[in-house]
Design a protein around this ligand. Structure first.
Ligand code: PMP
Ligand code: GLN
Length: 382
């Protein structure tokens, strides 16, 4: 059978591959980014209550009004920004879907999209599925900051969009206000649209603060901001998220959304609305404790931590004192021989660039992290 090749990514996504390998070898899974601890009991109870109370039919296409309002309240409370619940927020089945939908709303065949690599692995396939091309600008290890001259040099008359991600997966880097200003200066006087993947917005550490594109008045007018409840409330399997964009972009987004999935899980929307209304605690504290605990344990291993993650679920580490294998082979070997699964960072580069780094997910119970590192300390240094 001849079937069309919709994008250039071959094989299965690395997250599926490494989680399956972890299972096969009964390894501790610090690869795919998902928590292994229970979600807040009030949230699971709210989901059951919503279903039992009969909230089981289609919600409005753009999302339940009460959830959209609670999202708007949350952004006003936390960032001091006004978001119009009706015309600027669309509830989605996760952020991956929202990114695809935003690209589909704005891209035409032949368009170019600038992608800063390493990058989350769905971006480029999503661009290509729309007949557009990714133009790669590398971030530089070990800080993974943006070289703005290279971004400027990558712009052509065909550049339709730039996708950015802060806090960053896989590196844990976060953007400064200056990064947003640099981006604004580059896109000023163009019609480039920004996709801001901010799924880890509440997971920022060491007293730092997440700067959202929504706070940047000039950029906000031309941006889709994409979010995931899964990352914030540790319920990644619910696959719930949302998109915030100005009215005109939201209309374009909904033109696609209404024929892609039409509307999103109703009881989950009720549960999240209730939870958002009552849960005003800072969310980063629990995760920062996990990051600190993990980093402390890792001091006894031969891995090199070039920079502590400033945000996200992830810590990148070098293994140059352990092996000179390519990173994918190293990650497979570590899973097989030492029972700890991780993600090779080359999976986030379209050309497979190998910085000899692997990514650990520390969004785990402390005992999981301790058990994993107890295995890693046995690694002999070269
Ligand atoms: N963007 C980034 C950077 C991510 O790490 C993830 C991970 N899940 C997503 C988007 C997708 O989120 P969701 O699970 O809500 O689709
Ligand atoms: N975002 C998560 C990660 O980077 C998982 C995403 C996925 O499994 N597709 O590990």
């Amino acid at each position: 059978m001849q079937l069309p090749q919709k994008h250039s990514a071959t094989g299965t996504t690395i997250f599926t591959v490494m989680s399956a390998l972890a299972q096969k070898h009964n390894a501790i899974n610090l690869s795919q980014g998902f928590p292994d601890f229970h979600i807040d009991e009030r949230l699971s109870k709210a989901l059951g209550d919503a279903a039992a109370s009969g909230f089981n039919q289609y919600a409005p296409m753009a999302g339940l009004p009460v959830l959209k309002q609670e999202i708007a309240n949350s952004f006003r409370r936390r960032y001091g920004v006004q978001v119009d619940a009706d015309s600027e927020i669309t509830v989605t089945p996760g952020a991956t879907y929202a990114i695809y939908t935003a690209f589909t709303a704005i891209l035409s065949p032949g368009d170019e999209v600038i992608v800063l690599e390493p990058a989350y692995d769905s971006y480029i396939p999503n661009i290509e599925m729309n007949g557009a091309h990714a133009v790669i600008v590398p971030l530089s290890a070990p800080t993974f900051s943006v070289d703005w001259q290279r971004v400027q040099d990558a712009i052509t008359p065909r550049t339709r969009s730039i996708i950015i991600n802060t806090p960053h997966n896989p590196t844990g880097a976060i953007w400064t206000l200056d990064d947003w200003d640099q981006l604004a200066a580059i896109v000023r006087n163009t019609d480039i649209i920004i996709l801001a993947d901010e799924v880890y917005e509440q997971l920022v550490y060491d007293g730092a603060r997440h700067h959202s594109v929504l706070e940047h008045e000039e950029l906000r007018q031309r941006s889709f901001a994409l979010y995931s409840f899964g990352k914030v409330y540790n319920n990644t399997g619910w696959k719930m998220g949302f998109c915030i964009a100005p009215q005109e972009l939201t209309q374009a987004f909904r033109r696609i959304h209404q024929f892609l999935c039409f509307t999103v899980n109703t009881p989950a929307q009720y549960a999240l609305a209730q939870h958002l209304a009552h849960d005003t605690r800072p969310i980063h504290e629990v995760m920062q404790r996990k990051r600190d605990y993990f980093l402390e344990l890792m001091k006894d291993t031969p891995f090199t931590i070039h920079a502590p993650a400033r945000g996200s679920y992830f810590q990148v580490a070098g293994y140059e004192r352990i092996s000179d294998l390519p990173d994918r082979e190293f990650a497979e070997w570590l899973t097989r021989e030492y029972g700890v699964a991780t993600i090779p960072v080359s999976a986030f580069y379209s050309n497979g660039k190998d910085d000899k780094l692997i990514r650990f997910c520390f969004a785990k119970k402390e005992e999981t992290l301790a058990d994993a590192v107890a295995r890693l300390v046995k690694l002999p240094a070269l």
